[in-house]
Write a protein that binds this ligand. Structure first.
Ligand code: TEU
Ligand code: CA
Length: 549
């Protein structure tokens, strides 16, 4: 019998490598997470999403798994993991793990076998062809790698050390389902599923269309939301997930609201919710994420509003600004200088008052910002490094590349958690695997905990509101003033209650007249000042609650 306990939950994502280093080897670890569980409980977190901690050679920091049922040595032992789970549950919190089954590491035993020969029993666990097509890898270069030994090419949508599994092979699915049940039997509370809408490929592997000036094509139309993806997810639900009272969220680059309804409609028995990427592309030009363009609030709120209204009563949204792949939102859509605190609170309010589950990424709760390391040698992310070296080879200007990296590199999210103002931000006693953001002396958890007016305490209040007011979980969403380029305002309606949420996304005072029906409403949160209720200060935000009863 599965309930829907997760619908009211606030989820916190931990990127273990950068969270807390308990044994001073410069790398975050599981015992380091256990040390910080009270910090998360006090914030009001219900569910922890733990990025991969399985055995991995770390080509993509754990998203390249070489053994699904053992813990990466850098992170600790299975005993450490079991103790952490016990401590999470003893605090009334839940844990979901990261399920990375579109691909494995090339050091996984299945791939080691598969590449031995064309007639090896594991050959068809992966995707081998005599000739490559023209698809590009997400991490630069061709999506196919030639294997000298067995004289064929294998597909890797990500790094060449992340060969794609062949989900069209039932044996692969059966092995994965038993691994999933093995983890669920250990007592976890669900999964975040990595690029799970990529698992079904058009088996003819057609060439894509190569854009002007590019060497490769994107194969997106052949593997995003592919021909058998719903069949596979429904089968996974029935054969691996249905007996457990858990939550599932699918990470789905390129998913549309129409597709999302198919993935998350309860009666279809696939997933509970999905992460879409539409709002993460508003500052990307036609050449993708590194081709940065100015973003527009009207475009951002139109996208978020579309997802709110299209999934109403037909699916379920996950709400996020940040994760380990995205730059820090206070630098991206807020103001990480003069108005860092105000804009972080404004962004949090805008997101948390919408319908769906809000996700908080480590450090977001006290306004950690992007980083700008002097040299490319300070960066670690494979996506960033491959893009840099590929473009330098093609004669790109280093300064321009570094500017794109400062705004979009995934390492912006992966600098060590800033716990306090002590050396290495209290993350470790030694130089960490990735440098700490130098602003840790002013921006850290200790400082935020000590300041009642901090971003941290504001997040605590926001999460508290969700527990108190069912309208936040269940109310319908209506966007106000869709063409207002400065203010993102919307209402939520539930029975006789109504919420008004208004946020000034600019560093100027702007006019925004509160609808008259809220004149007698109660302010739930926000440092609102204007008694005439017609102006918003820079990055000011508020939530008013009207109850027609
Ligand atoms: O990311 C999927 C994905 O689409 C990424 O390529 C993301 O869009 C890109 O990095 C944004 O710059 C998942 C994981 O979240 C990511 O960390 C992994 O690198 C990737 O899959 C492969 O497992
Ligand atoms: Ca460590």
């Amino acid at each position: 019998m599965t309930t829907q306990w997760w619908k009211e939950s606030v989820i916190y994502q931990i990127y273990p490598r950068s969270f807390n280093d308990s044994n001073n080897d410069g790398i975050g670890d599981i015992n380091g997470i256990t040390e910080k569980l009270d910090y998360l409980k006090n914030l009001g977190i219900d569910v922890i999403w733990l990025s991969p901690v399985y055995e991995s050679p770390n080509d993509d920091n754990g998203y390249d798994i070489s053994d699904y049922s053992s813990i990466m040595k850098d992170f600790g032992t299975m005993k450490d993991w079991e103790r952490m789970l016990e401590e999470v549950h003893s605090r009334g919190m839940k844990l979901i793990m990261d399920l990375v089954v579109n691909h494995t590491s090339d050091e996984h035993s299945w791939f080691i076998e598969s590449r031995k020969s064309k007639d090896n029993p594991y050959r068809d666990y992966y995707i081998w062809r005599d000739k490559p097509n023209n698809w590009e890898s997400a991490f630069s270069g061709s999506a196919w790698e030639y294997d000298e030994n067995s004289e064929q090419y294998y597909l890797h949508l990500f790094s060449r050390k992340q060969p794609d599994l062949n989900w069209d092979n039932r044996a692969v699915r059966e092995d994965l389902y038993s691994m999933i049940r093995w983890w669920l039997d250990k007592g976890i509370d669900g999964f975040r599923m990595d690029v799970i809408n990529f698992i079904s490929k058009d088996q003819t592997f057609p060439d894509g269309e190569i854009k002007q000036g590019k060497q490769y094509a994107s194969g997106h139309q052949s593997f995003m939301n592919g021909p058998r993806v719903h069949e596979f997810l429904h089968e996974m639900k029935k054969q691996a997930l249905a007996d457990y009272d858990i939550m599932t969220v699918g990470e789905m680059p390129g998913v549309t609201p129409k597709e999302a309804k198919l993935y998350t409609a309860e009666e279809r028995e696939e997933l509970n919710m999905v992460f879409h990427f539409d709002h993460m592309d508003v500052d990307s030009g036609k050449d993708g994420k590194w081709d940065i363009k100015p973003w527009s609030l009207v475009e951002l709120k139109t996208i978020l509003s579309k997802w709110q209204t299209e999934l109403e009563n037909k699916g379920w949204n996950s709400l996020y600004w940040n994760n380990h792949d995205q730059p820090r939102v206070v630098s991206r859509f807020g103001n990480d200088g003069k108005y860092r605190t105000e804009s972080a609170k404004m962004l949090a309010t805008t997101l948390h008052m919408m319908k769906g589950n809000p996700y908080i990424y480590q450090g977001e709760e006290f306004g950690m910002t992007n980083v700008a390391f002097d040299s490319i040698s300070d960066y670690r992310d494979i996506e960033t490094l491959n893009m840099f070296h590929e473009n330098i080879t093609n004669g790109a200007d280093e300064k321009a590349l570094m500017k794109s990296i400062y705004q979009k590199s995934r390492d912006n999210a992966r600098t060590p958690m800033q716990w306090d103002a002590s050396p290495n931000a209290g993350f470790s006693n030694v130089e960490p695997w990735l440098k700490v953001n130098p602003n840790y002396t002013e921006i850290n958890a200790a400082e935020a905990l000590a300041d009642p007016d901090s971003i941290y305490h504001y997040y605590q209040k926001l999460i508290g509101l969700r527990k108190k007011h069912p309208i936040i979980v269940h109310g319908t969403f209506i966007l106000l003033e869709p063409n207002n380029e400065e203010v993102f305002a919307y209402t939520r309606n539930f029975n006789s209650e109504e919420l008004l949420v208004a946020s000034n996304f600019t560093d100027k005072e702007v006019s925004f007249r509160m609808p008259h029906r809220f004149s007698g409403a109660t302010k739930l949160i926000g440092n609102y000042h204007d008694t005439n209720r017609e102006k918003l200060r820079p990055y000011e935000t508020y939530v008013f609650h009207a109850d027609a009863k």
